[in-house]
Design a protein around this ligand. Structure first.
Ligand code: DGL
Length: 269
C-alpha cells in the first residue's frame, strides 16, 4: 500500500514528515520534480503538464491516491486534472481544502453552505502562480462569508530554500511580511500557502508578531488524510515507500537530509 505525495521540490517534505508521523503504518512514495522546480514562476499550462506527468509517475509506482503537497500545483492544475484527466479509479487531492476547512472552523469534508467565521482578516503568503490563480479565495468563498484576504507573492523564497540559502530566505521572508503589513496592518491570521514556507515558520511568526495565528499545512493535511483513509480504505493503493526525484539524487538527498534532520535517500524517478 502506498499513498503518493508530490511536490515540485523539497517543500512537500514538510507534509511527508507530518503524514508519516500521523500514519506510521502507511507507505508513502514521495516525488520531487526537482529538475523543473520552482513551479511558482511558471505558467498555468506548464504547471498542469508537469503535475500530470508527475502524478502519472506516482500512479505507475502503485499509488491510487496522490496528494499534491504543493499549493502551486493544487492552485493551477488540480481542478483541471479532476475535471478532465484523473482516471475513475484514482484520486488526486490538494492541500488548500484542509487548510481552509481549519481556518473556517469546519469538520473535514464539510461541504455545507458558506457562513460567517471568527477570522475576518487573513494574510496569504504564497508563490506568484498561487496568488495569480486566486484559488485560495475561490475555495474560501465556498465556505466563508465576509473574510478579507490580502495576498503577498513571495518571489525568490522557494529558490533560496531549494539552494539551501537560509540567510537569503530569511531576508526575503522579512521583506515580504513587511510588504504585506503595509497593505494589511493587522491580520488576525496568516496562511503559509506554500509547502516550502514551514521551513521558515519561525521567521514568519517573528516578523508578523506573536498575536498573529500562523496556519501551516503539514499537520492539517496529515489529519485530513487520516480521516480520508479511514473513510476510503480502498484508496491505500499498492507499492512500497520510496523517495523519487527528477533531479540529481545525490544533491536532493543531501538537502532533504538537512531539512528533516534524518537520513533521506532519493533515487532517480
Ligand atoms: N512548495 C510548492 C508550493 O506549495 C511549490 C513551490 C514552487 O515550486 O515554486 O507552492
Amino acid at each position: 500500500m502506498a499513498v503518493g505525495i508530490f511536490d515540485s521540490g523539497l517543500g512537500g517534505l514538510t507534509v511527508l514528515d507530518a503524514v508519516q508521523a500521523r500514519l506510521p503504518d502507511e507507505e508513502f512514495v514521495y516525488l520531487a520534480d526537482s529538475a523543473n522546480a520552482p513551479y511558482g514562476v511558471r505558467t498555468a499550462d506548464s504547471i498542469y503538464d508537469l503535475t500530470v506527468a508527475a502524478t502519472q509517475r506516482l500512479f505507475d509506482a502503485g499509488c491510487t491516491l496522490v496528494i499534491l503537497a504543493c499549493n502551486t500545483a493544487s492552485a493551477a492544475a488540480l481542478r483541471r486534472m479532476q475535471e478532465g484527466w484523473v482516471p475513475q479509479d484514482k484520486r488526486v487531492l490538494g492541500v488548500f481544502v484542509p487548510l481552509i476547512e481549519s481556518l473556517t472552523e469546519r469538520q473535514w469534508g464539510d461541504n455545507s453552505p458558506p457562513r460567517e467565521v471568527e477570522t475576518k482578516h487573513v494574510a496569504l503568503f504564497a508563490t506568484p502562480a498561487t496568488v495569480a490563480s486566486r484559488a485560495f479565495q475561490r475555495e474560501l468563498a465556498f465556505r466563508a462569508i465576509g473574510v478579507d484576504v490580502e495576498t503577498q507573492a513571495c518571489g525568490g523564497v522557494v529558490d533560496a530554500i531549494e539552494d539551501g540559502d537560509f540567510i537569503l530566505a530569511e531576508a526575503l521572508v522579512r521583506s515580504h511580511v513587511d510588504a504585506l503589513m503595509r497593505k494589511m496592518p493587522h491580520p488576525q491570521a496568516a496562511v503559509l500557502g506554500c509547502t516550502h514556507y514551514p521551513l521558515m515558520q519561525d521567521t514568519f511568526q517573528d516578523a508578523l508578531g506573536a498575536d498573529v495565528k500562523v496556519f501551516s499545512q503539514a499537520g492539517l493535511v496529515a489529519d485530513s488524510l487520516a480521516d480520508y483513509l479511514a473513510r476510503h480504505p480502498d484508496m491505500r493503493g499498492q507499492g512500497e515507500s520510496a523517495l523519487l526525484t527528477t533531479g540529481d539524487p545525490g544533491t536532493v538527498s543531501t538537502r532533504a537530509t538537512q531539512f528533516l534532520r534524518r537520513q533521506m535517500q532519493f533515487t532517480a524517478a
